[in-house]
Design a protein. Structure first.
Length: 471
């Protein structure tokens, strides 16, 4: 745990008592603060009480006693409308911040010799893979690396800091909206495409949140910017004009005179007078496809920004084990391979997996995002048949009509069973791809739970097949 400094003897209101909120409550208490905890869900409040915390009804509290409101990132700050705690805090002049900001202030208050290095990663897609990949490179290089934020462990639950530590943090736009003083030694914006617009109002609001990751950087720091989309190009141009930090553009689409780029799976470092090939990413089994080549370019550039030997960073790319729910093979039955890409919670993320296979049986659907799957129309010829689940199923069926065969399966289990039956009957090598292009919240707590349901359905098929074979 990282004890939060700066609120000793003061009371901090904490709203939202899931992973982030409870971790913040523990860290604030360890740092000498008092906490007033609340959540709208009784079960979540009960869990906090079971851990030994007292509960304070913030709706009836005297807000003049609070030094700050620690808001969990899932709670609306501005759109579609501010949460009632946000309105109350603003009316009372109480500062609103998140767990990343608590971490940042604690780092900033530490003596120089205890301050760790910080790598911060954001982007619409690829954040988790790139975060884990950078952590893997650091570990292979012998660094004391801690990985957290929006991936795995909340930042305040990571081991306490020291001067030799490296914190590699995945940051969502929700977290960045609540962060103002984070100083990242290496900051990455991988890509930007429409997402979470209901929480940021429009693209300008979403991009503004992403750009906060670059705040407080100066000379000696490194900014790694993906330039394969128009928004990334614009951000790179803007910060180049500022001319303070080292700026490394990355691409998986084109050669560049400076930066790091991948062409046809070959990774190039254009840091000197000429570009040098540093890795053949087609040999990295856990990094298939152009989107992963961009992730690899970003991770390699970040490692260089930390002073890791470039050759060592390139070697570490080859041994990366990959992540669950990101183009993860969860089983093979006969000639049918099942690929779990549950992390694809929007169309742009689904495009990355769909582009990696020439033909596949597609499981898609869930809680739809703005724009649905319309932008994937160029990939529909690759879909042998679609098996649609969740709230989006009827709308997706309408979009696919006349373009790809589709059936509304309703649930993940039913979709897996139907897709396997059709794929097996083809007699050919086949891919059953779960890449939903949707949020999971209509049927699951998160994309991890959805991915595990897919894994369980595949396991059930395998068990059934084994039983039939032995009967």
């Amino acid at each position: 745990m990282i004890p939060v400094r700066g609120f000793e003897g003061k009371t901090v209101a904490v709203f939202g008592l899931a992973r982030t909120g409870l971790a913040a409550a523990r860290a604030l208490t360890a740092g000498g603060a008092k906490v007033a905890l609340w959540d709208d869900k009784p079960a979540t409040r009960d869990a906090a009480v079971a851990e030994g915390f007292e509960i304070t009804d913030l709706a009836a509290a005297d807000w003049s006693q609070f030094a700050a409101l620690m808001l969990s990132p899932g709670v609306p700050l501005t759109h579609p409308k501010p949460h009632w705690t946000v309105e109350q805090a603003r009316a009372s002049g109480v500062e609103i911040l998140g767990d990343i900001e608590l971490f940042a202030r604690t780092v900033n208050a530490a003596p120089e010799h205890k301050r760790p290095r910080i790598v911060a990663i954001t982007g619409t897609n690829g954040k988790s893979t790139t975060t884990a990949l950078i952590g893997h490179i650091c570990a292979e290089a012998g660094r004391d690396v801690r990985i957290g934020g929006n991936i795995g462990t909340g930042v305040l639950s990571l081991d306490d800091m020291h001067g030799g530590a490296v914190y590699v943090l995945e940051l969502s736009s929700y977290q960045l909206d609540l962060t103002s003083s984070l100083h990242a030694d290496v900051a990455l914006i991988l890509n930007v495409s429409p997402d979470h617009l209901e929480r940021h109002g429009d693209m300008e609001g979403y991009v503004a949140a992403k750009k906060r990751i670059l705040s407080n950087q100066d000379r000696g720091d490194t900014a790694v910017i993906g330039v394969d989309d128009a928004w990334g190009q614009r951000i790179c141009t803007e910060i180049t004009a500022a001319n303070r930090r080292t700026i490394v553009p990355i691409s998986a689409n084109k050669a560049m005179s400076r930066g790091v780029y991948a062409l046809d799976g070959l990774l190039y470092d254009a840091a000197g007078e000429r570009a040098t090939q540093v890795a053949d990413l087609k040999r990295a089994r856990s990094l298939p496809g152009r989107h992963n080549w961009q992730n690899a370019a970003a991770a390699y550039a970040a490692a260089k920004g930390l002073g890791i030997d470039p050759a060592a960073a390139a070697r570490a790319l080859m041994t990366f084990p990959g992540l669950a729910h990101r183009m993860e093979t969860v089983g093979t039955l006969g000639k049918v391979r099942f690929v779990n890409d549950s992390k694809a919670t929007n169309a742009d993320a689904a495009r990355q997996a769909m582009s990696s296979y020439p033909k596949f049986y597609w499981i898609a659907g869930g809680q739809p995002k703005t724009g649905g799957i319309d932008d994937l129309a160029d990939l529909f010829p690759r879909v042998i048949k679609a098996y649609l689940v969740g709230e989006a199923a009827p709308a997706f069926a309408d979009v696919l009509q006349g373009k790809a065969a589709a059936v509304q399966s309703g649930t993940i289990a039913a979709a897996v069973e139907a897709a396997y039956r059709d794929a097996a009957q083809s007699g050919k090598d086949a891919i059953v791809l779960l890449s939903p292009a949707c949020a999971s919240f209509d049927q699951f707590a998160d994309f991890e739970a959805r991915g595990e349901a897919f894994r369980a359905a595949v396991a059930a098929l395998a068990a059934g097949k084994t039983t039939e074979a032995s009967a």
